[in-house]
Structure formats: C-alpha cells, structure tokens
Ligand binder design. Structure first.
Ligand code: V47
Ligand code: SF4
Length: 358
C-alpha cells in the first residue's frame, strides 16, 4: 500500500513520483504539506525569483467554427458580439503598442472559416515589420492543426512556413483535458490529445518552443488531471521544448457549462502544487493572474508557481467574457513587483524563452 508519508519523503528527496503516488498525495496531503513540497521544488529551479514579461494579447477574431462547451468567447460570423478585424485593423492595434516596451505578442483567435495559414503568415510578417524585436507567440495547437490541414500541408511544412514568417513560440491553449471520455464531451470538435501532442512535438523538433495548459474544474476528476499531467511530462521527457505549464481554472459565466459553477481557491492551489510536483521536468509553472485574479495570484506563489504571465495591458477578452474579476486586465510592472514581494519573492523580467532581461 502506498503511504502518504513515504511519498512526501520521496518529494523531499526530489525523486519523480508516479501517477498512483500523485493520486494519494492529491487526495490525502494537507494544503500546507503541498505548499511546503511545491515551494521546495520551485526553489530548486528558480530560487527566490518569480518571472513576468511585458506582453499584450492580440485576438484578431472571436469567430469560430467550433462549439466548445466551456467557451464564452466564440461567436458565429455576424452574430451579436462577434468581432473579426481586418488585416489593417490588426496592424493598427500593433502600431498603437509601439513604444510600450512589450517583448511578446500572444496571438489567439478562433478556428476561423476563411482566414487561412497564408493569411496568418502574412499577418505575422507584417507585425514583425512594425515591431521587429517582439517575439510572436501564436495560435493554439487546435487553430494550427486546422489551418495546416486546410492548406494540405504536413505539420512540418505548415509550422516551418509560420516560423519563417516570424512565429517563435506556441501558447499552451487547446489542451483542455486529454482523456477522451472528457474531451469528447466538452470540446468534441477539437481533435484528440494525440493531435495536440503531435503538433507540439513537431514544433519542438523545428526549434519552436511552447507552453502547455490544462483546463480543470468542470466535469473531470483528479485521475483525469493526473493523466493529463503525465502526458505532458512524457512529451517533455521526449523533447524538452515546453517552457511553462499553466493550469487554467474553468470560469463559468456565459457558457453552456455555467451550471457547474467554479472550483474553490484551495482546489486551485492544490492543482498548482501538484502540477509543480508531477512536472519535475517543466521549469516554469505559471499562475495566470488574469484567470485567478490578483489576490489568488499572490497565494499561488506559495504553491510552486514561479511565473505570473505579464502586463497584458487590457488586451484579452477570453477570461473577462467568462466572468473573471478584472474586466479590463492590466498590471503595471510596479503592481507585479508588489505582488511578488508581498509573497516574499523578487520579480524578474523575462523574454518569451525565459532569458532574463536586465
Ligand atoms: O484553450 C476558454 C481556455 C485557453 C475558458 O501559453 C477557458 O502563456 C477557463 O491557452 N474558463 C486559451 N478557461 C488561453 C491559453 C493561454 C492563456 C494564458 C497564457 C497562455 C500561455 C495560454 O483558454 C483555451 C481554454 O483552455 N478557456 N474558455 C473558460 N470559460
Ligand atoms: Fe473556438 Fe477556441 Fe472557443 Fe473552442 S475554445 S469554441 S476552439 S474559440
């Protein structure tokens, strides 16, 4: 029989835990035990540092062919609340951010009926003409798989084309929950876990790094979360291309899973800590402040997170449309520094690839 005390000792010795051990830890350890273990694991990787970047999001459209049940953001073309910026409008947004000090643009939209791979490659190219030194972290694996398949290209060909245009990194979205019995219920059109993993694996092989996410707190169980984390750990063992893991808390406003409500803060903190402990090969665990709100983000730093994302500058609607507290999410560098120091850490500015910016 697996004993909690033995598993805790194993974590203290920084030994890798199994899925079975993770289940015992998740179910039986106290919040404070998880904090102690996750914080020690975080300190082994990033000491007293907590990373952030200067970034903004670009959401060229919320028009989407898919109908994920948890999504409050998507609209059909022409529906009330839909937006679909032209190339010129997108480039105007980018121009308006010149001089902001941003080092990264995070681009995601929807699975669009007509904007294709070549259109998005052109968009990236033209953004880079306006902000040549900014890193483009663009498109979820789901958007990429769709546009590359529609273009009739292999993953290598499609990703190489986007890399040549200036795409350096891929955000972690679209992973949701990998287990098919949950995935097919909450996002039936999204394609399988294997497709998400293959896209990221191929990107890593081409020198494009990425993040990984998990959407939790809906109809999944702890065993599905553990299965998800194990699959990410396996991918990372194989490629080493994942920069950060981001657990995404399901926000329940304005979508067809609203009746489920939301998880507790203690569940959020346990999930962060378990992500840190299971993903012993992923250097950074991100507490995405836009999703948690600033108060929980401070707490998250005691549960193994070493990154809080960036300044954002009121540029994303995905979470405010799903009920997140900040309806116009923005944090100054001073706010970020205050949050990190309140939790006993030092804020360190990073670029997309986690190089420190002095
Ligand atoms: O895949 C959509 C999630 C993701 C809801 O890589 C929701 O640095 C909660 O991937 N409640 C897209 N989550 C966003 C994303 C992301 C965010 C921040 C940082 C990074 C990164 C990536 O948003 C989707 C889905 O899992 N999402 N609706 C909702 N109602
Ligand atoms: Fe479309 Fe993404 Fe929303 Fe799913 S989560 S409906 S793919 S915008």
């Amino acid at each position: 029989m697996l004993l909690l005390a033995d598993i805790i000792e194993k974590c203290r010795r920084a030994e890798r835990i199994t899925a079975e051990e993770a289940l015992v830890l998740w179910q039986q350890a106290s919040l404070w035990q998880l904090s102690e273990l996750a914080l020690a694991a975080k300190r082994r990787v990033s000491g007293e540092k907590v990373y952030y970047n200067r970034n903004f999001h670009l959401e060229p459209t919320n028009v989407c062919l898919f109908e994920c049940k948890f999504c409050s953001y998507r609209r059909k073309a022409g529906e009330a609340g839909a937006w679909d910026y032209s190339m010129d409008e997108v480039l105007d947004i980018v121009r308006s951010r010149q001089g902001s000090g941003a080092t990264e643009i995070h681009i995601v939209g929807g699975v669009h009926p007509t904007n294709d791979l070549y259109y998005y490659a052109e968009m990236i190219r033209r953004i880079k003409e306006i902000m040549p030194t900014v890193a483009i972290k663009a498109f979820t694996a789901v958007e990429l798989n769709y546009m590359i398949r529609q273009a009739g290209l292999t993953l290598e060909q499609g990703l190489s084309l986007l890399k040549e245009a200036g795409m350096e990194s891929i955000p972690g979205g679209g992973a949701e929950i990998f287990a098919p019995e949950i995935r097919t219920k909450i996002c039936p059109q999204k394609g399988s876990a294997e497709e998400w993993l293959a896209l990221h694996r191929t990107a890593h092989g081409l020198g494009i790094d990425s993040n990984a996410t998990m959407l939790y707190g809906h109809i999944e169980g702890i065993e599905h979360r553990i299965d998800h984390l194990m699959r990410i750990r396996e991918l990372q063992d194989a490629t080493g291309g994942i920069n950060a893991f981001i657990p995404l808390k399901f926000r329940s406003a304005n979508n067809s899973m609203s009746e489920l409500g939301e998880t507790s803060v203690t569940d959020d903190l346990r999930t962060l800590a378990m992500s840190r402990l299971l993903l012993d090969n992923v250097a950074h665990i991100k507490a995405y402040w836009v999703m948690y709100g600033k108060a929980t983000t401070e707490l998250a730093l005691a549960f193994g997170a070493d990154d809080i994302d960036g300044t954002i500058d009121d540029s994303t609607k995905i979470y405010s449309m799903a009920g997140a507290a900040d309806t116009r999410p923005t944090m100054s560098v001073e706010d970020i520094e205050r949050i990190c120091s309140a939790a006993g850490f030092t804020a360190v500015e990073r670029d997309t690839h986690y190089n420190e910016i002095k």
